[in-house]
Design a protein around this ligand. Structure first.
Ligand code: NAP
Length: 248
């Protein structure tokens, strides 16, 4: 087995929701975590949220749509702490609309943030991983990427793309002991699902065998597993965390 380089983890979109849960889980596992937000105040709040935990979490500003923002953050981290050996591509957005009404900027933003980010971030961190002959990449997909969902053609296409991207990159970098996997959450209790009406929520839960939304910690635990040595022989895979809503 190759020696593991310094445990620096970069997690996009760690200011709230699933990304915040992943940041805490990985920090408890001993990773030096750098989490990102789109604003300075959001970035400052990342470390503040866990100041009582005695773990290593820093916050930085990142706009995943922007090449310059991605490249300068990765360079800065590499100079300050060392190159990230774990990347979690978590940042994501929804802009729901029926296709007949969807504006081209609603289509473009969701594809750029959810899928374009994978291209930018993975490319920025891969070279040092290749040199180190060790790395972990975990991409956050969605159950909607498999099932489809009316009103989410943009989101579903981006998340289906995340899975296909994951399988392809896994084949490119596997010979360097770099694993690339996806985690596909179902409906998880975060800001993203808080917009549902009570009626929408009740209708959804009727379709979920476990009859509840998922917790961010339940997604984070799977990311922690994929980042661990125990998952060293898993690559190109998507692990579903959806309470049975979709059984692949
Ligand atoms: P959330 O609570 O809305 O948080 C989104 C995170 O992404 C925030 O940290 C946000 O930063 C960041 N972000 C948004 N746009 C960005 C951009 N352009 N550049 C950089 N960062 C950006 O979302 P969530 O529910 O935790 O979802 C996290 C991931 O899980 C997403 O990929 C989502 O598609 C996926 N997912 C969620 C669910 C669910 O039920 N919640 C289900 C399946 C999949 P700011 O705070 O600065 O805005």
């Amino acid at each position: 087995m190759n020696a593991e380089p310094p445990r620096i983890a970069l997690i996009t979109g760690a200011s709230r929701g699933i990304g915040q849960g992943i940041a805490l889980s990985l920090a408890r596992d001993g990773w030096h975590v750098v989490g990102t937000a789109t604003t300075r105040s959001g970035a400052d709040a990342i470390a503040d949220a866990f100041s009582d935990e005695g773990v290593s979490i820093k916050g930085r500003v990142l706009q995943v749509r922007d090449d310059e923002s991605v490249n300068s953050l990765v360079k800065q981290l590499t100079d300050e702490l060392g190159a990230p050996s774990l990347l979690v591509n978590n940042a994501g957005v929804t802009k729901d609309n029926l296709l007949m009404r969807m504006k081209s900027d609603e289509w473009a933003e969701v594809l750029e943030v959810n899928l374009g980010s994978m291209y930018r971030l993975c490319k920025a961190v891969l070279r040092p991983m290749m040199r180190a002959r060790w790395g972990r990449i975990v991409n956050i997909g969605s159950v909607v990427g498999r099932m489809g969902n009316a009103g989410q053609t943009n989101y579903a296409a981006s998340k289906g793309g995340v899975e296909a991207f994951t399988r392809s990159l896994a084949q490119e970098v596997g010979s360097r002991s770099i694993t690339v996997n996806a985690v596909a959450p179902g409906f998880i209790d975060t800001d993203m699902t808080a917009e549902m009406s009570d009626e929408q929520r009740a209708r959804l839960l009727e379709r979920v065998p476990l009859r509840r939304l998922g917790e961010v910690s339940e997604v984070a635990a799977v990311v922690s597993f994929l980042a661990s040595d125990a998952a060293a022989y898993i690559t190109g895979e998507t692990i579903h965390v959806n309470g049975g809503l979709y059984m692949a």
